[in-house]
Design a binder for this molecule. Sequence first.
Ligand code: HSE
Length: 407
Amino acid sequence: MIEIAILGFGTVGSGVAKVIDKNAAEIQRKIPEGVHVKYILDLRDFPDSPYADRVVHDYDVIVNDPEIKVICETMGGMEPAFSFSKRALEKGISVCTSNKELVAEHGPELLRLAKEHSCSYQFEASVGGGIPIIRPMVSALAQEKITSIIGILNGTTNYILSRMESEGADFEEMLHIAQEKGYAERNPEADVEGHDCCRKIAILSSLMCGQTVRYEDVPCEGVSAISALDFAYAKQMNMSIKLLGISRRNEKEGTFYVITAPFLVPEDHPLYSVSGVYNAVYLHGNMVDNLMFYGKGAGKYPTASAVVADVLDCAAHQGETVGCVWEDKVVELTDVNRDWRRMFVRLDISERVLAEELFGDDIVEVRAEAAVDEFAFMTAPISEEAYAEKAAQLTTIKSRIRVLEEK
Ligand code: HSE
């Protein structure tokens, strides 16, 4: 048996135990000796759980047990997850995690530590929940030069935006429903303000270039300002509105652009119909062309399944380091002001003439039945910088949403 331990017996941690139990036969096909959960670390006891006898409260018991080969870190947050992960890797115990905060902040350091101690640090579940995206990127696509990634990477906001679209409801109403259903946290800031998506696109971008894209450097806008009226206009334009993480490499110019923001997504784009709690990652490789990965981006079993996939990989490669190349060197991102795209703008009718003067003849007016006393238009492709200069002369802009131009 490959003995493992689970740190944190919450939603994902208890899901890991369940996947290992329920799919023991499938797991045994890959790891003939089987995988066994020897310890569960948690502050709580679980007297009614079938795993009650494996719960420990002292991490030393786990990390000092020579039988433990893999640790699943499903605690989340920075500490003590970071210290626990480091101590395991220093002892040659592989670590598999769903913790995107920790991966985005300390990924290269933990990967280096794993390499130094001939074990692995794996994090398939940190991006896209149950969608296999990390392993395909570092393995099946290792030969590719990945040139762009566009991701719907946050299930909570995609659920809220999808329901706003289908029901004509406003953001606050749908956030409340998402919280009641358990999709959104009581403190939803990390999701709705885009920070969660930002960490995930930073992780994927780092894998794309093998160096560090710091999430703090990625321009980040959330979705809390998106309204029912924005969706009414989007419908008129045959578009949807999605929170996207975008990463784009321009080989000729030597630039690397990353952003997290709500985008208008045209109906003919494959991401248009990704709705509800589903996530999708649409990427372009220079040889393979476009690929799309789609699935449940959150939830107990999809996320736990991805953690267990990492466990099996580590178990199959004991004494070796498997995974990705991700160096410490920080990637300098292109100033977002240099990016070009169309912008959808709504402002008070009183500024129509001034807006037309500023943005010129190329703008296209957009109408929505429910709109009152406002002027809405789509600009021609414009740089962010030029847009900002013109917009600064207008005082009544109610909404500005970028258009996804990447194919
Ligand atoms: N809060 C995250 C989401 C959970 O909604 O996508 C999965 O990372």
